[in-house]
Write a new protein. Structure first.
Length: 510
């Protein structure tokens, strides 16, 4: 199946089963905004919970925060967002489509990388186990030429984007003969900067109103509360503040489902460290975050690090954790060494000191910051897309299954009576009422058992419990595993511990 087709299937599956709906759909939707349905909200809450627990519950020196979306307008002047939170945009005059110039260039590089991968795959096919990939990469003339091309484009991107040389970015697009994916032409406008913040007005009396912004990141709410939390929580450096919340960006290219939205959610943690120790912590958090992802079992091969070519205005080092989405490898999370930029800027603009007295050093300083920042919606898409499978079964039929990490699944167990009589429904409800104290449970008595199992497979429920005639005689039920489809007969008394052992979040946190 083509990757793009796969995305289409995922979008329709997400809608059909109540995970994600287009926002205000009865009015034909609003571009790049989505609503999470009855199952989507459960999956999203479980992802949040895994992140929050890993950060706040499992780290003595990390605490949480829930700051307001509206912040004093000076915040965004201080943070640099008013002046520098821009994307370079370019329009194609024939298709009238608007693009991010840097994205066009990155996609160009991706295409060359795909050519290298293709050559490698050909070699593997031809020579099998005798194929020496490293030697091939180091010597094959095609590969070497393509690698040099990538290096050259990356160098020119770094140079032009880093200096905000918009003419240089334009020239690069022209030199590389990049065409518009829609019109196929090279008829481009010049490159312009576009600020991504949404603004609105505070206050109801005309003239008194002040322009305020919808926050484009949750991080600034953490910075302005740095001293409040440090003092009231008696926190000592190094320590972190974690926050989950909405952020808003007027994205130029808003497409690819919930990957790039104008209203989205971030899970961010700012870790305050001694000046000079930031690189050590930067490496530490890169390792911690990739370990957090690995435990979910979505496939090690689906992740890779990508060091930033163009550093944001606040960073001295930055890497993305990229995930193999249906559209290819794209940014899922960022780990940024933000220096003391933000706290110093807020000191300057507010006139308040934002410093820490370090008793071991007997010295005041503005801490440096290492940030981990992950988009919740992107994480949702990563989980959903890598779990969505169509499997061929032995009897030549097919099943659609969401092999979600069990701890994240919306329902952990579905309880079903084999028939609607003979006391089966009553017994099933009794079992469900006991299990729901710990887990989100579904009850399903409609249609044949086979159809009911398929329904639960499609929404990723790890276990189905069936009450049948034998249950009424010996207090046993069958329990069916979503992934193996195997059924075991177990005593009702064992159910809770069997389910707990597979679906518990504790296993992920351990
Ligand atoms: N505080 C740093 C910061 O905001 P960022 O790289 O701009 O850094 C962090 O954003 C993460 O937020 C990204 O890795 C991505 O997962 C998510 N994100 C950013 N823009 C998004 C958008 N328009 N839609 C969905 N998620 C987005």
């Amino acid at each position: 199946m083509q990757k793009e087709d796969n995305l289409k299937d995922i979008i329709s599956h997400a809608k059909e089963y109540g995970f994600v709906f287009p926002s205000s759909e009865i009015y034909d939707g609003l571009s790049a905004t989505y609503d999470y349905g009855q199952l989507g909200v459960e999956l999203k809450n479980n992802i949040k919970s895994y992140w929050w627990k890993s950060m706040v519950q499992m780290n003595e020196n990390i605490v949480g925060l829930d700051s307001a979306i509206f912040m004093h307008p000076k915040t965004w002047k201080a943070s640099g967002h008013v002046d520098a939170f821009n994307d370079p945009l370019i329009d194609n005059k024939d298709s009238k489509k608007r693009y991010r110039a840097d994205v066009l260039l990155e996609e160009y590089i991706e295409k060359i990388r795909a050519k290298i991968d293709k050559d490698v795959n050909k070699g593997i096919k031809r020579f099998g186990d005798d194929f020496d990939k490293n030697q091939f990469l180091a010597t094959n003339p095609n590969v070497l030429r393509n690698m040099a091309k990538i290096e050259d484009v990356e160098e020119r991107m770094k140079d032009t984007l880093g200096k905000d040389d918009l003419e240089g970015v334009y020239n690069l697009i022209i030199d590389l003969e990049i065409v518009c994916p829609v019109s196929g032409t090279k008829n481009w406008t010049e490159v312009r900067q576009f600020n991504l913040m949404f603004s609105t007005e505070l206050g109801s009396v005309s003239g008194d109103a002040a322009t305020i912004y919808l926050r484009p990141e949750t991080a600034q709410g953490i910075f302005v509360n740095f001293l409040n939390v440090q003092k009231t929580g008696r926190m000592k450096i190094p320590f972190g503040i974690a926050q989950i919340g909405k952020a808003f960006r007027n994205e130029i290219v808003a497409r690819q489902f919930i990957f790039r939205m104008r209203e989205f959610e971030q899970m961010e943690m700012q870790f305050f460290v001694r000046p000079g120790e930031e690189m050590k912590w930067y490496e530490h958090w890169k390792n911690q975050r990739i370990a957090w992802h690995s435990k979910l079992g979505l496939g090690e091969e689906n992740y890779r690090f990508h060091d930033h070519i163009k550093l944001a205005h606040y960073a001295n080092a930055a890497a993305d954790i990229e995930f193999n989405f249906p559209m290819g490898f794209k940014e899922l999370e960022g780990v940024h060494s933000r220096t003391d930029f933000d706290l110093k800027q807020h000191e300057e603009h507010s006139g308040k000191k934002l410093q820490f007295f370090d008793p071991e050093m007997n010295q005041n300083y503005v801490p440096y910051v290492v940030e981990t920042s992950i988009g919740l919606d992107r994480m949702f898409l990563a989980v959903l897309s890598s779990s969505f499978k169509t499997e061929k079964l032995e009897n030549d039929s097919e099943r659609v299954v969401l092999s979600l990490p069990a701890a994240l699944a919306p329902f952990k167990v579905a309880v079903m009576p084999l028939t609607k009589k003979d006391g089966h429904p009553e017994k099933a409800r009794e079992i469900m009422n006991a299990l729901r104290l710990e887990h989100n449970c579904a009850y399903d008595e409609k249609d044949s058992p086979g159809k009911r199992y398929r329904r639960q497979d499609a929404i990723g429920t790890p276990y189905c419990v069936m009450v049948d005639h034998q249950t009424m005689e010996d207090n046993t039920v069958t329990i069916r595993d979503r992934d193996t489809m195997e059924q075991d007969r177990v005593s009702i008394d064992e159910l809770a511990s069997i389910i707990e052992s597979k679906v518990s979040m504790t296993n992920l946190l351990r």
